[in-house]
Design a protein around this ligand. Structure first.
Ligand code: TGC
Ligand code: FAD
Length: 389
């Protein structure tokens, strides 16, 4: 038996966290154990997402947490990452709920919105009274959003928007829709469209096998007429789109390691207790090697995330590092979770053990926010200065 918990943290990463960060992590962990874990299996079976959970997330300070003012908990990027890690150790859907509201809705309104837009929407988004979504992807514009067809036309006192978006997290439950659209000159702009606006319709993508707790949908925009005030005035081209994605990708990099960490611990405990060939599975060298690889990859991934978080907190532009971490951590997390499933044999297939749910969720996380190979191409371009797209 271990005399202390140091075996959990071979790189002494905890010693690089301050007391506030540790407290935020502990409070999040307690919240997850008490409020998310007990129902997650049942919710996943039933595709059930309780919209009211946003109010709990708001009370816990999880939403829009790194913006300044408007009721935000004003935490640093490392703390935001620690929250993502803890939440995704329960389910990627809940981390997605927080990522979208924080990185893809609060962040753009805070960064590109007018004073009036910020004052009108941010306090209720931070509290979880309002739910937002972020519409970039279209059926023929996934990895390459620049080929989107959604368009806007400018008139004297309004804009007219036409098009459609698909695979949009929260579309079926959102109160406000942030929609990216192009004009004839291919300028990209961001519009805030309230749910009840005439011409805006949503539908749910039914029966998806991954991220089942998270509502995902389509958005149809048919002659949507909105006042000029609904344009977010301070975007500057594609850089602004990607500034939102950078934030969300950073959170994902931490989050997927939460899922992997949970599955590593579940498989460790299982193999310590499972007797096969008259001894615990964990007493076999092959099993110990697998556990060693799992812990190594999680620890190295986390140290990269911590370094990235500190760099962001120091105002550094680390978009390439974020692509590297998003890609590598998703890839490693899937490998770890798949290995955990294998080590648990047939029992690893039962949903009460959580492993298969995480594995299937990670298939989404590997794809959204830039698919694995797209991030490889971003890194390849950085290295060779040659664009392969
Ligand atoms: P490219 O020519 O490379 O760049 C166009 C302009 O954008 C700038 N840029 C960035 N700026 C900041 N951060 C980044 N990460 C940036 N990446 C690109 C770039 O500097 C350039 O600026 P400028 O001033 O020179 O014009 O763009 P491209 O058209 O060749 O695109 C290639 C690529 C791979 C970057 C892009 O298409 C890409 O990232 N594709 C992936 C699409 C994606 O990630 N979609 C995500 C949708 S949202 C979502 O999935 C939410 S999941 C929600 C949940 O968590 O539940
Ligand atoms: P494609 O672009 O068709 O790619 C398919 C495959 O081809 C991938 O493996 C990709 O790596 C590969 N590929 C593509 N181009 C190249 C190339 N040039 N070279 C080599 N390989 C290539 N989007 C939003 O805007 N908002 C959201 O809230 C949102 N939520 C989502 C929630 C879920 C559950 C899911 C699954 C997706 C969500 N998305 C959202 C969409 C997501 O961002 C896209 O699915 C993603 O960008 C990939 O696009 P695609 O599915 O069209 O795949």
């Amino acid at each position: 038996m271990h005399s202390n918990n140091q075996w959990l943290d071979p790189l002494y990463l905890d010693s690089f966290l301050n007391e506030d960060e540790k407290l935020i992590r502990e409070n999040t962990k307690k919240y997850c154990q008490k409020n998310l874990l007990p129902n997650v299996v049942e919710n996943n079976r039933n595709y059930y997402f309780d919209r009211e959970i946003y109010k709990d997330f708001g009370k816990m300070g999880f939403l829009g947490s790194t913006i300044k003012g408007f009721g935000s908990s004003e935490i640093n990027k490392v703390s935001y990452g620690l929250i993502a890690f803890e939440i995704e150790s329960i389910d990627s859907s809940y981390r997605s709920a927080i990522s979208v509201q924080s990185s893809l809705v609060c962040h753009p309104i805070d960064k590109f919105g007018s004073k009036e837009q910020k004052e009108t929407y941010l306090p209720d988004l931070v509290k979880g009274n309002l739910v937002g979504c972020f519409g970039l992807t279209e059926s023929e514009a996934g990895s390459d959003p620049s080929s989107m067809k959604t368009n806007f036309k400018e008139f004297e006192d309004h804009y007219l928007i036409n098009g459609s978006k698909t695979w949009i997290t929260n579309a079926p439950i959102a109160d406000i829709f942030l929609i990216w659209a192009l004009n004839e000159k291919k300028d990209i702009k961001l519009f805030l469209i309230p749910k009840k606006t005439k011409g805006l319709k949503t539908s749910t993508i039914e029966n998806k096998t991954s991220l089942k707790i998270s509502p995902t949908g389509q958005i149809i925009l048919e002659n949507v007429k909105i006042p000029k005030d609904n344009l977010l005035p301070n975007t500057s081209g594609w850089k602004s789109v990607y500034s939102c994605l950078n934030n969300a990708r950073y959170g994902i990099s931490w989050g997927v390691l939460g899922a992997a960490n949970n599955c590593w611990k579940i498989s460790k405990e299982y193999t310590e207790n499972r007797i096969m060939f008259k001894k615990p599975l964990a007493k076999n060298q092959l099993i110990q090697k697998k556990l060693a690889i799992m812990q190594t990859e999680i620890s190295l991934g986390l140290s990269g995330c911590l370094h990235a978080g500190r760099s962001l907190d120091n105002g550094k532009d680390i978009k390439i590092a974020i692509s590297m971490l998003k890609r590598n951590n998703c890839k490693k997390a899937i490998e770890i979770v798949r290995e955990a499933r294998d080590m648990m044999g047939a029992n690893g297939l039962i949903d009460e053990y959580h492993i298969m749910r995480h594995l299937i969720n990670l298939e989404t996380v590997k794809t959204y926010e830039g698919a694995e190979d797209i991030h490889a191409l971003i890194l390849g371009k950085f290295q060779t200065d040659m664009d392969s797209f």
